[in-house]
Design a protein around this ligand. Structure first.
Ligand SMILES: *Cc1c(COP(=O)(O)O)cnc(C)c1O
Length: 461
């Protein structure tokens, strides 16, 4: 006990720490530095009292304070390297923005802008005006509007067209997406009454027709997105629902989840229904996400018949779900790239990754393997293997894309430890672990990230 008291009194005084050159050199707010000093000394005090520490190393204390200050000063939300091969990884921020989208955000956010100002008339304008025309041009819809995300879009559509009324949905489409979007829960929140029809695996047109009453608000079709029912199944095609809707004068709404705007089958991927197709088939309203296969910012896009979109613009809920100027800037720039499909494929990073030729991925893998071998020499076995990448983001669950990975098997470090160290880097590297190897999928790694990866492995191994 006496020894503890003795040690406690040997802890450096705050003034002494503050006069240390390495502390003076820290370019951080003083408040933050004082927090770091206090927390570090508190830690030491605890450890002394509990007998975990029986000597004091002054240099170690200063090091701990410098590291803690540095970590406190860093942003909590930061870039990471996605070596997982999952292209639209919801945990890793989904779509990476194109260069033109980022430039648009910077320009609009760093100065004043015409967000709600009509430059022609010199009077108040609508924030939706900036994107409505381009979205209509690309999707073929009559009208469009945008909100915070697709969950908000569905909520707004239901609230506008089906509040206090019945919304008919197939049982096979009452899905949960990303843990927090559940079709039945969203319906309840919006005030629409859910009328489930059919069974999990089969729903027929007559199931819908039998459920129609004078209190029916909408017929809703939801894309299953993150799962598939295989075998003895039947979904009613959109065209048939549209015909039914027209017969009873009930709007047909489709939540297609991922906003695919190009025909993926042209790029030897399996065909995924596009927004344009849903509009062409006569859906009254279609909703989709901005940051899934569209490759833009987080947003919910609503397209369809003008009379319905106009009703949504007037809904009070719209104000609470409204989209931010930075998102609008990024969204406009992203849609503009779709005017020329080739340009979209080239410049929208997620589309570029999805359509990247396997031989290009292999070349990238060989390059990274060479760089790693040069640096790590004999510290690990470094090979190339073929593997598969995933779409992610609740899109195309069964579909995988062939890819190449660089596999790293450290000679004398535990794989879990290496994986954790990679995650704790200044620029964290998120990887797959398989059979005692670290796998780096080259489909989602940018070329300018090789050096960071190589240097991190060098440091860790
Ligand atoms: C992803 C998805 C949503 C939710 O979209 P967010 O933009 O994440 O809010 C809703 N419906 C479907 C069918 C989806 O795939």
């Amino acid at each position: 006990m006496a020894n503890n008291q003795n040690l406690l009194s040997k802890l450096p005084k705050v003034d002494k720490i503050l006069s240390e050159q390495r502390i003076i050199n820290l370019d951080v707010p003083r408040n933050l530095l004082m927090d770091a000093i206090r927390e570090t000394l508190d830690d030491y005090r605890e450890n002394i009292k509990s007998g975990k520490l029986n000597e004091i190393d002054y240099e170690q204390i200063i090091n701990a304070i410098v590291t803690l200050t540095y970590n406190k000063n860093k942003n909590h939300l930061k870039r990471v390297i996605n070596a997982t091969g999952t292209i639209l990884h919801t945990n890793l921020g989904r779509a990476v923005l194109s260069k033109s989208a980022i430039e648009a955000v910077v320009e609009v956010a760093s100065k004043f802008n015409n967000l709600e100002f009509d430059l022609n008339m010199g009077e108040r304008g609508s924030r939706y005006s900036h994107v409505e025309k381009i979205i209509c041009k690309i999707t073929g819809a009559e009208a469009a509007m945008v909100v915070n995300n697709n969950a908000a879009a569905v909520m707004l559509v239901l609230s506008t067209l089906s509040k206090g009324k019945e919304a008919i949905v197939s049982r096979g489409q009452l899905v949960e997406i990303g843990g927090s979007f559940r079709v039945p829960a969203v319906m309840e929140q919006s005030g629409a009454k859910l009328i489930e029809v059919g069974t999990t695996n089969k729903t027929h047109l007559f199931d819908y027709e039998n459920a129609i009453t004078e209190n029916t608000g909408i017929i809703l079709k939801v894309h299953q997105s993150n799962f598939k029912v295989l075998g003895f199944t039947k979904e009613v095609a959109l065209e048939e629902l549209v015909e039914l809707g027209q017969k009873y004068n009930i709007p047909v709404v489709e939540d297609i989840g991922s906003g695919v705007l190009i025909d993926f089958s042209k790029y030897s991927l399996s065909y995924e229904p596009t927004v344009q197709e849903s509009i062409k088939k006569g859906a009254d309203v279609v909703t989709f996400s901005g940051d899934k296969l569209l490759g833009g910012p987080q947003a919910g896009i609503i397209v369809g018949k003008k009379k319905y979109i106009d009703m949504m613009k007037k809904n009070q809920l719209t104000r609470a779900l409204r989209i931010d100027k930075m998102t609008l800037a990024a969204l406009e720039a992203t849609f503009k790239l779709y005017i020329d499909e080739e340009k979209a494929i080239k410049e929208i990073p997620s589309l570029n990754m999805i359509t990247m030729d396997i031989s290009t991925v292999q070349k990238k893998a060989k390059k990274l393997q060479r760089l790693l071998k040069n640096k790590l020499k004999l510290k690990a076995k470094i090979n190339i293997q073929s593997d598969v990448s995933q779409f992610g983001g609740g899109a195309m669950p069964l579909e995988t894309i062939p890819t190449y990975v660089v596999s790293i098997k450290p000679n004398d470090k535990k794989i879990e430890e290496v994986e954790k160290c990679l995650r704790m880097q200044d620029i964290p590297i998120i990887v797959r672990v398989y059979k005692e190897q670290i796998l780096l999928d080259l489909r989602t790694i940018f070329e300018d990230e090789y050096e960071i990866i190589v240097n991190s492995f060098d440091k860790i191994l």
